[in-house]
Design a protein around this ligand. Structure first.
Ligand code: GDP
Length: 296
């Protein structure tokens, strides 16, 4: 695959960062995702026709940020176990009144294991019992020392209820992304990661993907695991149909012959024949693996 991937004249361009939010249950992951979305998504959504595509994009100071909107570390670890890393930066949400809890620690250890940079969002700052210094002290004890205490981690106080600190959080994400120099080559055939998938009435198999590299176009032939097909439609999270999407863009795609698994990688092939043959080879390999297991 490495040789196949090597291209001589790469045309790298900056791409938006892809963010996953993790943290303890009830610390405000969903509320934060909702608040960011409602505060920052363009007005064209006013009509309310949205398509759930598993992630959404917001704009801040002319730059885009992609948020995976299935919070929790199950999705994150599942993707990682399949070798797909969809996330560039993890936001660890800690409620300022509750402090560090078991799932906070779990989320941090998953993020560290994946070697993904993290930003701490200290949420529920509107609560009278909020104690951000306690959160800092607890995390510093685990080696997650805040920048203002001489460490290397950004702590951003926020409130998903009042919207306080949301702009700071987005700015911090963009700063971190800048340091990372996230790039992709939009002139290449697309590679994407499946964040969710489903069978939908009237559409058939639908895969919610985020483009990792290249440009995905309607009419492209693609393979995802043992699944393949010709892309019939690409839908953005505002419900619009588009002909093509570039790096870090989330979308729902229609046209695969079966429902692919979350965390699988979509690869565009040169022809339908190539896609079908690759899919068949993979299916056969799976069958042989199963067979050798059952005869052991
Ligand atoms: P999740 O389990 O991490 O997704 O947490 P939720 O977003 O479902 O939030 C859990 C509870 O905390 C809900 O009752 C929210 O309304 C509340 N909550 C979330 N963020 C805030 C906040 O910034 N301030 C206050 N006061 N409550 C919050």
């Amino acid at each position: 695959v490495a040789a196949y991937d090597a291209v001589e004249d790469e045309q790298l361009e900056e791409r938006p960062p892809v963010i996953t939010i993790m943290g303890h249950v009830d610390h405000g992951k969903t509320s934060l995702l909702d608040k960011i979305r409602s505060a920052k998504v363009a007005d064209k959504e006013a009509g309310g026709i949205t398509q759930h595509v598993g992630a959404y994009q917001v704009e801040k100071d002319g730059k885009k940020i992609t948020f995976v909107d299935t919070p929790g570390h199950e999705a994150f670890t599942e993707m990682r176990s399949r070798g797909a890393q969809a996330t560039d930066i993890v936001i660890i949400v800690v409620a300022a009144d509750d402090g560090v809890m078991p799932q906070t620690k779990e989320a941090i250890s998953h993020t560290k294991a994946a070697d993904v940079p993290m930003i701490i969002a200290v949420n529920k700052m509107d609560k009278p019992a909020a104690n951000p210094d306690n959160v800092k002290a607890q995390l510093a004890e685990m080696g997650i020392t805040p920048i203002d205490w001489g460490g290397e981690y950004e702590f951003v106080p926020v409130s998903a209820h009042t919207g306080m600190g949301i702009d700071d959080l987005l700015e911090t994400i963009l700063l971190q992304a800048e340091v990372m120099e996230l790039e992709a080559d939009p002139t290449r055939k697309a590679k994407a990661v499946v964040v969710e998938s489903s069978l939908e009435k009237g559409f058939g198999p639908v895969a919610n993907v985020i483009i990792k590299n290249g440009t995905l176009r309607v009419g492209d032939n693609a393979i995802v695991g043992k699944t393949f097909g010709r892309i019939k439609a690409i839908k953005l999270d505002d419900g619009t149909n588009v002909k093509e999407i570039g790096p870090s863009t989330p979308a729902a795609i229609v046209g695969l012959n079966e429902v692919p698994g979350a965390g699988e990688t979509l690869i565009v092939t040169d022809s339908e024949k190539e896609a079908r043959e690759l899919a068949e080879k993979r299916a056969e390999y799976e069958r042989e693996k199963q067979l050798s297991k059952s005869t052991k």
